[in-house]
Design a protein around this ligand. Structure first.
Ligand SMILES: [Zn+2]
Length: 310
């Protein structure tokens, strides 16, 4: 292979890598924050079951595995899971409808983030109430996928428009750097806040969010935890909230080629912070409901692909 041929192949490989790494969810920091907040709201029983299911490498910490579903090796090994991180909605409609929107790119029903949340909840529930099913599902993976996807559905652009792939196709600048709008919401807003306001330490941001939950947002927490009609899990309202926030805040003043700076950052950061808090509180509430009156279940010694710390 000549040098120019090699360059071309490398170029194709880089573009391909960018495509498959685009838009897989809050960055590592966002998922870590959501799961760290959730840990503080788990019931004793849910915490015991969660610890039983976590891979050894997590050392008992749920937050350590919440980006697992985004790992390159996991995405490669579980290629089928790529559609489960988001749900695209029709352009400019600003609403979400499970039966209309929850499908993958070839139209297979329920293959989207809200469908995945129902599916993994069901797997964990059935293992709880029917021990024989412990052997049917990989429950460690079910827990790690569920914890990840409850986070993803709270990222407004994970319920963005189909035409721009939830902002992935909107190229712009985040301050001086090139970025796409989706990445701004996955990563840039959080990382800029950590750097500018929290002494470059994510734990300080998480502590501030935890304080907000017990102080400023304490009146809302009960309503965040609620599920209509006593259901175990209710991802549909979370997706509806997300697309509404995408329209009101994410897409607004973020057209292709624009430069997003202080105005955009400072006005959108409160939205991101609230979504991280809601994601954490709701993940805990969901796990508490799933594992309520559930004895200890185990993963029956199944192997977990690429489990590792965040
Ligand atoms: Zn994701």
């Amino acid at each position: 292979m000549g040098f120019s041929e090699l360059l071309r192949v490398c170029g194709v490989a880089i573009v391909f890598f960018q495509l498959i790494t685009a838009g897989f969810g809050w960055g590592q920091h966002g998922h870590y924050a959501i799961c760290k907040i959730a840990e503080g709201y788990l019931s004793e029983n849910a915490m015991a079951v969660v610890k039983e299911l976590l891979p050894e490498s997590a050392e008992g910490e749920l937050a350590a595995v919440c980006s697992w579903a985004d790992l390159f090796q996991v995405r490669s090994h579980y290629y089928w899971s790529r559609a489960l991180h988001y749900v695209d909605t029709p352009d400019f409609r600003c609403n979400y409808d499970y039966s209309r929107d929850c499908h993958d790119s070839v139209g297979r029903k329920s293959r989207c983030v809200t469908g995945a949340i129902y599916n993994y909840t069901q797997q964990l529930m059935s293992a709880c109430h029917n021990p024989a099913s412990e052997f049917r599902y990989n429950l460690t993976e079910a827990l790690m996928f569920l914890s990840h996807f409850v986070g993803d559905v709270h990222q407004p652009l994970h319920c963005g428009f189909l035409g721009d792939l939830g902002g992935n196709r909107i190229q712009l600048h985040w301050y001086r750097r090139k970025a796409n709008l989706h990445h701004v919401w996955d990563t840039e807003i959080i990382d800029t806040a950590v750097k500018n306001f929290y002494g470059s330490d994510l734990n300080n941001m998480i502590e501030a969010l935890q304080r907000n939950i017990t102080e400023n947002w304490s009146n809302y927490v009960e309503s965040w935890e609620e599920c209509d009609s006593n259901r175990t899990v209710c991802p549909n309202p979370y997706a509806s909230e997300s697309v509404s926030l995408a329209c009101k805040y994410a897409y607004r003043n973020a057209t292709p080629g624009s430069v997003l700076g202080d105005d955009y950052f400072l006005s959108r950061l409160p939205i991101v912070e609230r979504r991280l808090a809601q994601g954490g509180v709701r993940l805990a509430a969901t796990l508490n409901r799933i594992f309520k009156s559930c004895g200890l279940i185990s993963n029956a010694g199944r192997e977990v692909q690429g489990a590792r710390l965040a």
